[in-house]
Design a protein around this ligand. Sequence first.
Ligand SMILES: [Zn+2]
Length: 295
Amino acid sequence: MNRMHEKIVFFERAFLFSVSLFVLLLVQTSCSGESSSTAKQWKVYAIKYGETARFNRSTLVLGAQKGETSPMAWCAWLLRGADRQILIDTGFADRKLAKKWRIAGFRTVPEALKTIGLSAEDITDVVITHMHWDHVGNVGPYKQATVWIQRREFEWARTIVSKERPTRWGIRLKDLAVLGQVERYGRLKLVGRDAQVAQGVFFRDGGAHTKAIQWVEVHTNGPSGTVALASDNAYLWENISRPVSTGSTTDPNLDIEALGRIRSEVSRPELAIPGHDPETFKRFPVVASGIVEIR
Ligand SMILES: [Zn+2]
């Protein structure tokens, strides 16, 4: 190769390199532009999949009198964005269990989603706040979704149940089996104490209701600002506003600390949403039966 030819090859390569760099930058800029617009478009919904009229209040609120009861809602939550539909917790599907817990108006979460025009296949992400059966009991229908859970919670749950003892402390071996399948398909996302699920959606470390329960922080547009889906870090509004831990925790102080973090993140106190309070469905605009938009 003569000198001139070498020079030409050099300039050609330099030219190709700068073109590909330019294309790369262009792609990155347009992607981040898309994500930031997604961040502004999150709409947050609470979905009720049943209600128990009289639930043992000492489970819901630490220190409540034995024998007192409160109504209790069974819930999941939905975040709708431009290109992601994120479901927070799945409820369960076993109607016998619904009977056992005296749940009126029971329906599965996919049945509830249908009333707002969504099918399980539309869900892109399922975020599991903790391994209790009423939160992780129906992951199966979401065949397209990435399933998010904190690694410590998942690994802890596997030490709790076994073939000999398939149900213990609200954890079920069969729910772990479904997550095992999801893992084999490469759709299980095991995360640390704090994770970003999407632009403006954060999966945060919670208290001591289970080993590593999480809650979800969502940045929305307009007056809604930041919403916190507390899940069972709080059962009722009362847990958050007083604050007082639930009666279902291994360390009330850790729950109070988590509730403090939750309260400090939200734009208005009523945007910290507890896991099981029927009042949620009276406080916000109804979009379908048992479904409200949190704003
Ligand atoms: Zn729970």
